[in-house]
Design a protein. Structure first.
Length: 367
């Protein structure tokens, strides 16, 4: 038996690591140990409930308005005790969060191998996104085996001197997660408020670097798009961050056909996305999931570590400039050819079998 520890702390990590946890649990040669840090408390719990994942350990680090240094130090210290107790054969981390970097450092201090799920994503810009770009670069310096979602990500790792024998192109576990969540007969109360003949735009925006003026620019563009297009409605699950809540309510709270709702769990979000005409987002995971749903995605960032989607035509970078956002949305609302060119492309991020590949690779790596 090999002992495989998975560690994650945020809602997006939970969505993408849950298929890996389920694959490990189903394998008779593996003893899985699941650790959550609680970097996102309420939103992560929703994911655990949906995928029926019960953590063996919960660091419960969440508290209001804590700094990146505090998050990182809490995880680093908490993982020290857990790794001393469990002594796993390998620790799996995901992506680019503070949980990921701190866990990788702790595993390194214990000389325990690290497997990095969703390795090799790059913007090559130190502060964009912040702190995620450096979190993932530093984690890849520590990692011993790499699960790159695409050939481009694998090539990034090779360019940085990663051991080619330990770089695997596996696809992205986000696509695996859709198998657990999509429902034909899905219902949500906000859908009862949206005219079924209208074009529904699903908006998500929360990133730290977008808070303030960039977010306000986008929200004003959304407000004006809705005002000028009577057949358009916007559904915005507002992130729990007080900074995001404040700007959203100041600009969008009383706008007709803009529905500000509580954050959605993963089942709600995937099914809402599948029923949308268009998605506007600064989320990384949404960029991967939506192409499988044939829904165009406008990325509310100046850079993306997922250029495969841009190259495939399923994503378009708009940034946060008012005029650019408004013009791009208007084009997709009124130009059917431009819309279909984005909606009809194949998803470059995976086929839904990534977690099984990762499990097989881990067993070969350890044995």
């Amino acid at each position: 038996m090999i002992k495989v520890m998975t560690v994650f702390g945020t809602r997006p990590e939970g969505i993408k690591m849950a298929p890996v946890v389920k694959a490990l649990e189903a394998d008779e040669q593996v003893t899985p140990v699941t650790v959550v840090t609680g970097q996102h408390r309420e939103m992560l719990q929703q994911v655990l409930d949906i995928f029926d994942v019960t953590p063996d350990y919960d660091l419960a680090i969440m508290e209001p308005n804590q700094s990146l240094a505090k998050i990182t130090s809490k995880v680093l210290m908490g993982m020290d005790d857990i790794l001393t107790t469990e002594q796993p054969d390998i620790v799996l981390v995901h992506g680019d969060t503070s949980t990921t970097l701190a866990t990788s450092m702790s595993a390194f201090f214990h000389q325990i191998p690290v497997g990095h799920v969703e390795a090799g994503l790059r913007t090559w810009q130190k502060y964009s996104p912040f702190p995620e770009e450096m979190n993932r670069q530093l984690t890849d310096r520590i990692a011993d085996v790499y699960f790159a979602p695409t050939p481009l990500s694998a090539n990034n790792l090779a360019r940085e001197g990663g051991d080619a024998d330990r770089i695997y192109t596996t696809g992205n576990t986000a696509i695996d997660a859709l198998q657990y969540t999509l429902q034909q007969d899905y219902h949500h109360e906000v859908l009862q408020q949206v005219d079924p003949n209208h074009k529904m735009i699903l908006l998500t925006m929360h990133r730290r670097e977008n808070q303030g003026v960039p977010m306000a620019n986008v929200f004003r563009a959304v407000r004006d798009i809705v005002a000028e297009n009577p057949d358009v409605e916007v559904v915005y699950p507002v992130h729990l961050s007080p900074a995001v809540q404040k700007i959203a309510r100041e600009i969008l709270a009383d706008v007709d056909r803009v529905h500000l709702i509580d954050p959605l769990d993963v089942v709600d979000f995937h099914n809402m996305a599948a029923r949308s005409y268009l998605i506007m987002t600064d989320s990384g995971g949404v960029q991967e999931e939506a192409p499988s749903l044939n829904v165009p995605v406008l990325v509310l960032r100046d850079t993306t570590e997922r250029p495969e989607g841009v190259d495939a035509g399923t994503l378009r970078l708009t940034g946060t400039d008012y005029d650019t956002v408004k013009t791009t949305v208007e084009e997709l609302l009124h130009n059917e050819v431009a819309y279909q060119e984005m909606a009809d492309n194949l998803n470059p991020y995976g086929d839904g079998h990534t977690a099984d590949r990762i499990t097989r690779i881990i067993k070969d790596f350890i044995q």
